[in-house]
Every structure is written in C-alpha cells, then in structure tokens.
Design a binder for this molecule. Structure first.
Ligand code: BJ8
Length: 431
C-alpha cells in the first residue's frame, strides 16, 4: 500500500499536481463518499469494483493514461456527453471527461469565474486552477461545446475548441451538427496523426454501444418491485462509466449484471425498507457529487431511474451498427448524438416525451427535479415538465442544490414531506 501510494505521489508531482492541495481534495472526496454511499446495507458485492473506480479516478486511471501517452498516445479532455467518444477512440485518442463533482474545488474557480455560475463548471475549473486535477497536464487537447452560457463563455476564456451544438432540431440544425462531428473527426486525426478508418470506427462503435447496453441492463433491474441495486449505486456506476477505460468498465459491468441477475432471482433488495418509487430528472451529477441522491434515498425514497446525463441521457440511445462506409457511420453517430435531449434545446419536446414514457415503465410515483444551482436550462424546463407530470397525475419536488453539505438537513425536511405526500397518494407539485 505504502509503495503504490508513494508511486502515485511521484506521478502526481511529475504532472504538476500540487500535492498538499491534492491531499485536501482527496480527503474531502473520501469523506463525502463514505458519508453518501457507505451507510447503505445490502449493496451488491461487486459494487466494490466501482468503489475502486471512484478512488482510482485520481490514481490508477491517471497512471493508465500517463502510460498510454508515454507510448505516444494522445488524449482529449471533454465536458459533455455530446462529444462522440467513438470518433476519438477510432483515431487513437483517449477521451477524458473532466466535469468536476468536488465541492472542495468550487471556491478555487473564483479567481477567474464569477461565483453565480453552476457548481459543475466552478468545480471543474477550481480543480484546474488549484492544480489538483491530475488530468490537466495529461490532456493533449480540450474540446468544449456550446450548450449552456456558463460553458460556452468558459471555453472562450480558456481558448478551447468549442463544438457548436445546435439549439433546435430542424433539418438545417442536423446538417450543422453533422459538419461539427466531421470537424471533430478532423481535429482528432490531426492530434493523433492517424486517419479514422471504417474498420476502426466500426470497432469503437461496437465497444461504446456495448458499454451503453450494459448500462441499460444494469438500470433495467431498477424496474423490479424490489430493485437489487439502489439509485445511489446506479449513479456511481454511471459516473464510473465516464471515467474508466471502456473495456475495463465493460468487464466490471458484466460482473455486476451477473450478480444483479442472481439477486433479482432470489428477490434480494438493495433497500431494507419499503418506499415510494421516484425518478430523478435534470442536471448531471458528476463523480464526487451525490448529495441529492443521498438525501433522497436516506430519507426512505427509492430512486428507480435517472433521467440525466449521468443516467439515461447517456445510455438510452445506441449508434446504428448497420452502416458499412465511413461516411454512413459518421452520419449514424451524428444522428445518435443529435437525439440527446439536453435542456439547451428549444423547444425540447423530446425530453417531455421521453420522461412521459419512463413514468409507466418504471412505475414512477413521484419525480425529483435534481437541479444544480444556476443551471437555468433544467431549472426553467422543470416547469414544462411539470405540465406533463401533472397530466399523468405524478407529483414532483424540485431540489436546487450546490455541492456544499450545509443544506442537507433542509433538503431532507422537504424530501420527507414529499415522501408523506406520496404515501397518501397526493397529486400536487411542490416546486
Ligand atoms: S448534454 S446537461 S453534459 S450540457 S449543469 S454546465 S447545463 S449550467 S452539464 Fe450538460 Fe452536456 Fe447538457 Fe448533459 Fe450548464 Fe447546467 Fe452547469 Fe451543465
């Protein structure tokens, strides 16, 4: 243990990490993880693989990427699930999702960014500015995107490439998006010096599709009366899916699927108490942030589905594997990513339809709008979603949260009142 810890310190130091501040960051992440996840009884044994992935995100995974680069490989930092991993992988470039989930890092963004922007952006850049992000010097390139204002203005300041995500879904928007996907391919080829071939792209499409299929299977178990995996653990799996090497993730997810099958066949539940079934809808919860899930589930509700980018929005749709030419594969990738229903779209009717379909599928009794503070897209869109929910007789509760822990008990009071409302079959919205 001592040796491997020492090795990581050497590596962190070589890649410019501030060791003292990084120790503070890691202590904070460990403490929060223990608080939010390890109170649960009856977790699947194979969740230890994902607990390890959480801790490895600043250690083993960093060493893997450093080793890849030492052999001449390249990597690209990304901040959104619109960036097509399949293309980067086919060019031999490792994508590294860099969205921050650490509350500790948030204040470190203040020297460049205003305070009234979302904690995801502040945490990401707080880690970078404090030199506690081990990926800062391990990335050869960074690609942002024009989703929300906070992000697109950040890329301007930092000089990152920014993919233009259309804000509407008309034919002209799809054409624009296809040209942006092509531009991304060109950038990845330039970075690696390797052309994307049809063979390499077909293989990366299958690999990433398999990851999404495994996530679909894992989350499918949450439809059961007694889900064998909690919402908190399903979130951790989705967070790990974004950080781990794809093949390593698929192997770990396969082990978890086998265990969940067995637990399901024996009726083993992840929950020790009965509780209402709720859907979590809204902003993403990057690795390190699980406050809202923690408060909701430790208050006796069961999150049976996540409609977010750390949930279904990431794995619901696959790339069509039927194409054989490179051009058709790129087009299939553009289509798949264009179907993402982020709140940056206007109007965003696909999201309304997708949520409406989830209600009967997961037998949802209530919806938690999980909104990150200052995430105006999801915050305002909660109103439109509430119309859909009210038509279906499903009540909702909106929780706007930052990454701090100080408001947990205030949130708990509101969640417990919502649980009582669901217990008596109430049908009002408590935004
Ligand atoms: S596709 S949700 S990953 S943009 S939380 S930075 S939206 S203010 S992360 Fe996102 Fe892509 Fe959309 Fe998904 Fe802005 Fe909101 Fe902050 Fe956000």
């Amino acid at each position: 243990m001592q040796d491997s810890t020492t090795d990581f310190r050497k590596l962190w130091s070589e890649i410019g990490v501030d060791l003292d501040l990084h120790d503070q960051l890691m202590a904070g992440l460990d403490r929060v993880f223990t608080h939010t996840h390890l109170w649960q009884k009856d977790r699947p044994a194979s969740m230890s693989l994902f607990d390890k992935a959480f801790h490895d995100s600043h250690a083993g995974r960093v060493a893997e990427i450093a080793a890849y680069r030492a052999k001449g490989g390249k990597s690209v930092g990304t901040f959104c699930i619109y960036v097509p991993d399949e293309i980067a992988l086919a060019a031999g470039v490792l994508p590294i999702p860099l969205c921050g989930g650490s509350g500790w890092a948030v204040d470190h963004a203040d020297r460049m960014f205003p305070r009234d922007i979302c904690p995801l952006v502040r945490s990401t850049f707080g880690m970078s500015f404090s030199n506690t992000c081990p990926y800062k010097k391990l990335k050869d390139f960074a690609v942002g995107e024009t989703t929300c204002d906070a992000k697109k203005k950040a890329w301007d300041l930092l000089g990152f490439l920014s993919l233009e995500i259309p804000q509407k879904k008309n034919i002209i928007d799809r054409q624009l998006w296809l040209s942006e996907v092509e531009r991304f391919r060109g950038e990845m080829e330039k970075l690696s010096g390797r052309a994307v071939t049809a063979e390499a792209l077909a293989s990366s499409i299958r690999l990433v599709n398999n990851k999404r299929r495994l996530l679909q299977r894992i989350n499918g178990f949450r439809k059961l009366d007694e889900p064998p995996i909690s919402g908190l653990d399903a979130l951790l799996v989705s967070q790990a899916a974004l950080n781990m090497d794809v093949e390593a993730f698929n192997a770990a997810a396969g082990v978890l699927v086998a265990e969940l099958e067995e637990r399901a066949s024996k009726g083993v539940s992840a929950y020790s108490m009965p509780g209402p079934r709720v859907l979590f809808a809204g902003s993403p919860s990057p690795m390190g942030f699980a406050k809202t899930h923690y408060v909701v589930e430790s208050s006796g509700l069961r999150i049976v589905a996540d409609e977010s980018c750390t949930g279904m929005r990431y794995f619901r749709d696959l790339v069509d594997e039927g194409a054989s030419s490179l051009e058709d594969m790129i087009s299939a990738i553009a289509d798949r990513y264009f179907s993402i229903d982020c709140a940056c779209f206007s109007p965003n009717m696909e999201r309304m339809d997708n949520v409406a379909a989830l209600l009967p599928e997961y037998r949802v009794q209530g919806v938690i709008h999980g909104i990150l503070q200052y995430c105006h897209g999801y915050d305002i869109e909660a109103k439109a979603l509430d119309k859909v929910l009210s038509a279906a007789g499903v009540p909702s509760l909106k929780i706007v949260a930052d990454y701090g822990e100080q408001d947990e008990e205030q949130i708990r009071v509101r969640v417990e009142a919502f649980r009582e409302l669901l217990a008596v079959g109430g049908g009002i919205t408590t935004g």
